[in-house]
Design a protein around this ligand. Structure first.
Ligand code: DHB
Ligand code: FE
Length: 305
């Protein structure tokens, strides 16, 4: 189509906007329509392709998978990089890297002081002990910081979204002690894969891609006067470590794993096999008024504790 013809119809659509329109929404919608019109033109998108794309999005919405497609297409990671950039421009540097929240957090997990056991004892998986400190930018420990932790079981599934698991299995909020310390015992997670034959899976197959994440553990770390950190650690050695379908693996978030076979340490945990141990400290940035908010509002699952 003629460039002037496309502009004429786009202008008519934009001019239909009323004077009480929400200006931000209007700007975003107009830009989106403009970009899509040009995409349809440039790629010569056929009517069948347009309607099949629309129906695909509708189905992804109905099955609750839009929150999976977004990370799979790199949007979550891109938003992280933009937040890094904004922080850097506000003079905020260093600290524990952020990485994506993912769609599987559930608010309201049981709160524990200093340490917790995350697994309910019914699941398979190597015993894992993870511990460390929450610190400020000067390396000082942060007492009463809250370490919210959640991860998948040995089948790659998350409680709540997997109704076969007990409530809040592998989910806790741990409050650090006077030295900023936290510790938990759990079981080794296995990488999550998108639901087979769901909208995300079918889209990724069209791209000749897999829908698997390397094994990881999610965290929200917060402390009074400090910017909330959203991050994950990865389990070293996972074959998908640097091949995450959500592009979330980052340098600095792959701590070494130690295997502990010391008899006294095993006895103290009540285990008869060597277990995995990870030490990881979190460093938070102090609140800063001129930096964009680190806490991101979004719809999340929530269960009353
Ligand atoms: C997805 C799943 C995760 O466990 C995660 O951390 C990020 C994304 C997903 O299904 O898209
Ligand atoms: Fe996850």
């Amino acid at each position: 189509m003629d460039k002037i013809q496309i502009d004429t119809v786009l202008n008519r659509i934009e001019e239909a906007t009323g004077q009480h329109a929400n200006p931000r929404i209007a700007a975003i919608v107009h830009r989106m329509v403009r970009d899509l019109f040009h995409m349809i033109e440039d790629l010569d998108i056929q009517p069948e392709e347009f309607w099949s794309g629309l129906n695909f999005l509708a189905e992804a919405g109905r099955s609750g998978e839009l929150g999976l497609i977004a990370p799979g297409l790199g949007f979550d990671h891109f938003l992280d990089l933009r937040m890094d950039e904004a922080e850097s421009q506000a003079g905020i540097a260093g600290g524990t890297p952020r990485t994506i929240e993912g769609p599987l957090y559930v608010a309201g997990a049981p709160v524990a002081q200093r340490e917790a056991r995350l697994d309910d004892g019914t699941g398979e998986g190597e015993v894992l002990v993870m511990e460390g400190q929450v610190k400020d930018g000067a390396g000082q420990p942060l007492a009463n910081a809250v370490v919210e932790v959640w991860h998948a079981n040995a089948l790659g599934n998350y409680s709540y979204f997997d109704p076969t698991q007990s409530a809040f299995n592998l989910r806790r909020s741990i409050v650090t002690d006077g030295q900023g310390r936290y510790r938990f015992r759990s079981i080794m997670p296995v990488g999550y894969s998108v639901p087979p034959n769901g909208a995300t899976d079918r889209l990724l197959k069209q791209l000749d891609r897999h829908g698997t994440r390397p094994a990881h553990i999610h965290f929200f770390v917060s402390a009074p006067g400090h910017r909330k950190l959203t991050t994950q650690i990865n389990i070293d050695g996972d074959p998908y470590l640097w091949d995450d379908f959500a592009f979330a693996t980052r340098e600095g978030l792959v701590p070494p794993i130690t295997r502990v076979s010391d008899a006294a340490a095993m006895a103290a945990l009540g285990v008869d096999k060597p277990f995995a141990s990870i030490r990881f400290d979190f460093t938070l940035h102090a609140d800063q008024a001129d930096a964009p908010q680190a806490e991101v509002a979004r719809q999340r699952a929530s269960v009353a504790a």
